[in-house]
Design a protein around this ligand. Structure first.
Ligand code: TYD
Length: 160
């Protein structure tokens, strides 16, 4: 099982889309391991978006992300990183296909509703960046055995 970080961004919080986004992940079968609201500070956002520091939209992005609180989540599931990225869709809302979160709720490059980790390696780094260990809960949900088949979970535990 993998874990991934999702940030429901300030545009989604302002547009009352938090419930819609959480509902999609829950209905898919992903497990919420952690969830909190936080006013993200520029210092942590600069670290999080360091790969974009030379882009012309970088300063605006930091301002936008630190304007009002975001919702942060850790989601768990088999291949959770790619499952969540597919559900989120490509970066630019206008280009994201219908059926994806960005495709259904965004027409913007910046205000694109959610952030989701793009690799298992980055997911680990990002979860550690935004969550303390004690904020992440490990438990077996009662519907777990109905979400995956036995061979996907119990038999080959080495598989992601
Ligand atoms: P990036 O890491 O490239 O994409 P993703 O969020 O899909 O992993 O970009 C990070 C964020 O930067 C993106 O979610 C929104 C913002 N952004 C802009 O504000 N303007 C732009 O033109 C682009 C491409 C991204």
């Amino acid at each position: 099982m993998q874990q991934t970080l999702v940030i429901i961004k300030p545009d989604a919080v302002n547009r009352c889309l938090v419930g819609e986004v959480v509902k999609r992940f829950e209905k898919k079968g992903l497990q919420i391991k952690a969830m909190k609201m936080e006013m993200l500070q520029p210092y942590i956002l600069k670290e999080h978006y360091a790969h974009l520091k030379d882009k012309e939209f970088y300063e605006e992005l930091i301002k936008f992300m630190s304007k009002i609180p975001s919702i942060l989540m850790v989601l768990k599931g088999k291949e959770a990183v790619s499952v969540v990225r597919k559900m989120v869709g490509p970066t630019k809302g206008r280009e994201a296909p219908p059926g994806t979160i960005r495709g259904d709720y965004s027409v913007s490059n910046q205000s694109n509703v959610v952030h989701a980790s793009d690799s298992e390696e980055n997911a680990k780094i990002e979860i550690e960046r935004f969550f303390k260990k004690e904020e992440i809960y490990d438990f077996k949900k009662m519907n777990f055995d109905w979400i995956y088949s036995r061979d996907e979970t119990y038999i080959d535990k080495t598989k992601k």
